[in-house]
Ligand binder design. Structure first.
Ligand code: CA
Length: 229
């Protein structure tokens, strides 16, 4: 069952999304409020992707995102934002969302984003053989999709994990932002390059000794990023 949570208080938008998800082979579960969404996720632990509207009658979508992430780093999260919420997009990503879609969106675009996220959060993890990469203080386990720094588990989202894996597979190599986007988000990704920078910023906060003076993920100006540990 490919369960996708749809949190949206406007019933017309919600039905539109739900109908399109069913058509694409997903099994949508619907929530109108943040609290309802959190309860549904507790009842459906197999949910792999959550679509979260930002403006809701009770707690906002960012808070819902934070609360989901506090207990689950594996689920894929896409924020549904209005055009006027340009800055909020970044805030949403900083609180742990993997992607965002701006309203009004086409069903094709939304489904493509969900497909991409769905593939990243599940199938790859199941198929990958167990393997450990150890570099400097970091230990990455491909079977559990976990990263430890100095023996301490670093809580990463699936996207952050995929970026770490890409870096640790390519130590010392300058990777362009396009390389990172293509490899982590997939070539069919519709979004913008800056999503790479937003995720790198968040990853630095989690893994660098001092995120303002990063030493593991260094910036290659005008190009991209380089890993060294
Ligand atoms: Ca709304």
């Amino acid at each position: 069952m490919k369960i996708v949570l749809v949190l949206e208080d406007e019933s017309s938008i919600r039905s539109f999304v739900v109908i399109n998800l069913r058509r694409s082979g997903y099994e949508p579960i619907e929530a109108e409020t943040g609290e309802q969404a959190l309860e549904l996720l507790r009842q459906n632990p197999d949910t792999r992707v959550a679509l979260l509207d930002v403006m809701l009658p009770d707690i906002d979508g960012f808070e819902v995102c934070r609360r989901i992430r506090a207990g689950d780093s594996r689920i894929g999260i896409i924020m549904l934002t209005a055009k006027s919420q340009e800055m909020d997009k970044v805030t949403g990503l900083m609180t742990g969302a993997d992607d965002y879609v701006t309203k009004p969106f086409s069903p094709t675009e939304l489904t493509a984003r969900i497909d991409a996220l769905y593939r990243r959060t599940g199938a790859a993890a199941d198929a990958e053989a167990s393997c450990e990469l150890v570099q400097g203080p970091f230990r990455l386990n491909t079977r559990n999709r976990t990263v430890e720094k100095n023996g301490q588990r670093v809580k990463l989202t699936q996207i952050e994990y995929s970026i770490m894996k890409l870096f640790m597979d390519n130590p010392g190599k300058a990777l362009s932002r396009e390389d990172i986007l293509n490899s982590v988000w997939g070539r069919d990704y519709y979004g913008e390059l800056k999503i790479v920078d937003v995720n790198i910023r968040r990853l630095r906060i989690k893994i660098e000794d001092n995120p303002t003076i990063p030493t593991y993920i260094t910036t290659v100006w005008g190009f991209g990023y380089k890993w060294g540990a």
